[in-house]
Design a protein around this ligand. Structure first.
Ligand code: AGP
Length: 637
């Protein structure tokens, strides 16, 4: 996580650094900082906490701004920064950082940029330096002093140490990089090289934006989209020397590399809440359209085959598949578990689902007859990227399901299945999960079509179910008052248990994750049948148990498990489409969803749980869109 930006050119520097960082706030919000080269010195501004704190510091520095700014209006603030009436006004080169703390607490000292002892080097870093302790000890032995607890500070010191043996700045940087183990995306400026912005990358994303008005670096495209669509994707072990009118790229040995730029096919995304109190609530409400968008051109009517041209496996390859592995993290992992259920049910091929962080530390069993599916909203989750690389090394075809077709994972993929959920701002994933689950329905049904594993009437019936989903989701959203009332009733609970069986078991996991990540209430998801093997000991009159019951194979079983919980005086909540008088005696609260086949229920059962988590967190006054300790894109392993 962490986000970095940099700019060299004659446009208002601070404006770009701040607006770029504001587009990267999803990557962390523990602290923010910028460094600008004023010609005779490098000035650093840092603040603990969100970017607004840094903006306030800079606003105080801005003479003209102080007079003209009113309130917190960001537009006015940006105008204030444009007329920065101090020596920073002359600055043409600068770097910025937004932090998600890994080494050292989130305070001002640990905030980036970090500076070398003689202030010859300032840099910002995204990633983790694994051997920083050893390097730090060596540098301390040489007389270097450290101020922060970060791994990043060692890089600044190391570069300054290398500068003792050369006055070539690029060479000094390369000398330092060769000593680093781990991941880095770096933006570096040198006191004695006031015209050049240096950038380097290994295992963390970094792009260079090219324009007539100077050149940019950033961790992600939205940070530069307002200024340019011409982008160079830096690859691992590449180092860029960027001036106002030129960009040169070298490998780690200093050999020049020719790289072409690409035009990003995006328009600047204007992200606003459209009247909703939080992005999360807005994104929950976007789900009917997200479903339509993901189905668009892929499933037109139930009597026609599904179009999934993005999957580059031939019909022959698909028939020969002997193993499917799905790798993902967090909410994407829960979508993957639903995918496993669907593929096994529709095609009968064994599917394994694994958390990427576990997959990468065990023997990888894949070959050319296996398909590995990586699922990720951001396409930048470090563990999933490593897992995908390992699967590729073993010869497996890699299909990536992501919301970011421009991401690192998308570029590694043999086949890319974009999910079209649109930009998701809230750290808690909602609409991207729904689109991922939908992508698995499409994939599983496509595989069933190719393999002939489902009778044509069943296929047609299933496709009809998919086409009906948007309206059914709208019905749930129209009924949200009921969920709001339930949230108010239960918001004081200290713990929650979510239970389900079969295809809805991953929904229980997702309901628990949503609640804990935004409300900080302890919540756990279990297969309902597992309660009696231990967790039932936790039940008493203070424990809410949310049971997911849809008509089908496991309905009666979940109902019995719910009765067992009720018998232990737990406070029972049902998410159900069933009209069954038996429910009234068990459940204190019944949240109804539209009638649906059990196999097609997980999207419909998840949405009330998203809303329940949202309303509880909102009622408790939590920072719903930016929960503590989290970041939208987890770019460290
Ligand atoms: C979801 O609400 C979480 N914030 C988190 O679990 C997330 O799903 C996980 O970090 C994976 O991210 P990805 O989908 O971008 O790979």
């Amino acid at each position: 996580m962490c986000g970095i930006v940099g700019y060299v050119g004659s446009e208002p520097l601070i404006s770009y650094l701040l607006s770029g960082l504001s587009k990267l706030e999803y990557r962390g919000y523990d602290s923010a900082g910028v460094a600008v080269h004023t010609g005779d010195s490098i000035k650093i501004f840092k603040a603990q906490g969100k970017l607004d704190n840094l903006k306030n510091i800079l606003r105080d520095k801005c003479e003209a701004g102080v007079k003209t700014l009113s309130g917190d209006a960001q537009g006015a603030a940006m105008q204030g920064f444009n007329s920065f009436k101090t020596s920073e006004e002359k600055a043409k080169i600068g770097i910025g950082h937004i932090r998600w703390a890994t080494h050292g607490i989130p305070n001002e000292i640990n905030a980036h940029p970090h500076v070398s002892p003689e202030s010859k080097v300032a840099l910002v870093h995204n990633g983790i330096i694994e051997n920083y302790k050893e390097i730090k000890e060596e540098l301390i032995a040489k007389g270097f002093e450290f101020k922060s607890q970060t791994d990043t500070e060692v890089i600044a010191h190391l570069v300054e140490d290398c500068l003792r043996n050369t006055n070539n700045f690029g060479q000094a940087l390369r000398c330092a990089l060769k000593k680093l183990d781990g991941a880095y995306a770096l933006g570096v400026i040198f006191m004695d090289d006031p015209d050049t912005l240096y950038a380097a990358k290994k295992s963390a994303p970094l792009i260079i934006g090219l324009s007539d008005k100077g050149n940019y670096i950033a961790s992600d495209i939205p940070a530069i989209l307002e200024y340019t669509k011409k982008v160079i994707y830096l690859d691992d072990f590449e180092i860029a020397e960027i001036k106002e009118n030129s960009v040169k790229i070298f490998d780690i040995e200093g050999n020049k590399i020719d790289k072409k730029y690409e035009i990003v096919p995006w328009e600047p995304v204007s992200v606003n809440k459209m009247g909703y109190k939080h992005f999360m609530l807005k994104e929950i409400h976007e789900q009917p359209d997200v479903i339509r968008q993901t189905l668009f051109n892929r499933l037109i009517c139930s009597s026609e085959p599904i179009k999934l041209d993005e999957v580059k496996l031939t019909a022959e390859n698909l028939k020969n598949l002997d193993r499917i592995q799905i790798i993902a993290c967090g909410t994407s992992l829960h979508a993957a578990l639903i995918g496993k259920y669907l593929i096994e049910e529709f095609i009968g091929i064994p599917v394994e689902v694994e958390a990427s962080s576990e997959y990468i530390y065990k023997r990888v069993i894949s070959n050319s007859n296996s398909l590995t599916i990586g699922v990720s909203q951001s396409g930048e989750t470090a563990d999933t990227i490593t897992a995908i690389k390992l699967a590729k090394e073993k010869g497996s075809h890699v299909l990536v399901v992501t919301n970011r077709p421009d991401s690192t994972m998308a570029r590694l993929a043999d086949s890319l299945l974009p999910i079209n959920a649109g930009f998701e701002v809230s750290v808690a994933a909602t609409k991207s999960y729904t689109a991922q689950v939908l992508a698995f329905y499409l994939l599983a049904l496509k595989l069933a079509e190719v393999n002939g594993s489902l009778p044509s009437e069943k296929l047609e019936e299933y496709k009809k179910q998919l086409l009906q989903l948007p309206q059914k989701v709208e019905m749930i959203l129209n009924n949200k008052k009921e969920i709001h009332a339930c949230a108010i009733k239960f918001h004081n609970a200290k713990n929650f248990i979510f239970v389900a069986r079969g295809i809805n078991y991953p929904v229980a996991l997702e309901g628990a994750l949503k609640l804990k990540e935004i409300s900080y209430i302890n919540a756990t998801g279990y297969p309902a049948g597992e309660l009696k093997h231990g967790p039932i000991a936790m039940l008493d009159e203070t424990m809410p148990v949310v049971s997911i019951l849809t008509p089908g194979k496991v309905y009666e079983k979940v109902l019995s498990n719910s009765e067992e919980s009720k018998a232990r005086e737990a406070r029972m909540i049902a998410i159900t489409s069933v009209n069954d008088s038996k429910l009234d005696s068990i459940f204190e609260y019944i949240i109804k969803i539209p009638q649906t086949d059990e196999l097609f229920s997980p999207i419909l059962t998840t949405i009330p749980l998203q809303l329940l988590a949202y309303y509880i967190a909102e009622f408790l006054g939590k920072d719903v869109d930016q929960p503590r300790n989290l970041a939208k894109s987890v770019t460290v392993e």
